[in-house]
Write a protein that binds this ligand. Structure first.
Ligand code: B16
Ligand code: MG
Length: 212
């Protein structure tokens, strides 16, 4: 049924949430803004600046665009430093084996991530050359729930939307897939949204879903 599978990165292929959290927490603490894991959950799949706007909902003062640029750059510097801790050991055997099996079954494999650090993260995981295409925060002008990142990924692998399956851990990501005319498999937190064409209880369930 599907010729290509397009994977979200953070929360699907790997788990960088703890690093995003630590980096945003450091920035929020310096600004005296309350920030916790629950607010962090709202940042899944959302772009860096949009994430900061969510954090600023609890900020009393005014902030110029220049200052916002400064703080988001600072967050990214902290985040990138933390990403250096990642290694191929952070890629689970289940994820790697499932990817290999999907490929062996003839599927093209692509990344559709809001992150501008996607290529760096994939390199850290030892997947730098693995995917057939990478669509990420650097080639889009609108982030999820806009479909652009997935539409571009489908273009890069030369497939029609209805031949692509998107795998997502965020509601915004499922909305993006649906808006792009693609079926989507929800995993983790995204299952609760009820928006997935399929709900996965484990990454390896993708093999059943794509075999249909
Ligand atoms: P960056 P995904 C998203 O990646 C993250 O889920 C989200 O929390 C983050 O703000 C966004 O990337 C931008 O990341 O600051 O590295 O450009 O889930 O779409 O792979
Ligand atoms: Mg995600």
């Amino acid at each position: 049924k599907y010729n290509a599978v397009i994977f979200d990165l953070d929360g699907v292929i790997c788990h960088t949430d703890k690093y995003h959290y630590q980096a945003w927490k450091a920035v929020a603490d310096e600004l005296g803004i309350y920030f916790d894991e629950e607010i962090n959950n709202r940042l899944r799949g959302v772009s860096r600046m949009e994430s900061f706007e969510i954090i600023l909902e609890r900020y009393e003062g005014e902030m110029s665009e220049e200052e916002k640029e400064c703080w988001t750059t600072k967050k990214n510097d902290i985040y990138k430093e933390l990403l250096k801790n990642m290694s191929p050991a952070d890629l689970s055997a289940e994820v790697k084996e499932t990817l290999d099996d999907l490929r062996a079954n003839g599927h093209k494999l692509a990344i559709g991530s809001s992150s501008k650090n996607a290529r760096f993260i994939l390199g850290q995981l030892g997947l730098g050359e693995y995917f057939d295409a990478i669509s990420d925060g650097n080639n889009i002008s609108k982030s999820k729930p806009d479909p652009e990142v997935f539409v571009k990924a489908a273009e890069y692998v030369d497939e029609q939307a209805d031949k692509c399956l998107v795998v997502e851990d965020a509601k915004a990501g499922l909305q993006a897939a649906i808006a792009g005319g693609m079926d989507c498999a929800a995993i983790g937190d995204a299952v609760a949204s009820g928006l997935g064409t399929y709900n996965l209880s484990a990454f390896a369930d993708l093999l059943k879903v794509t075999a249909k």
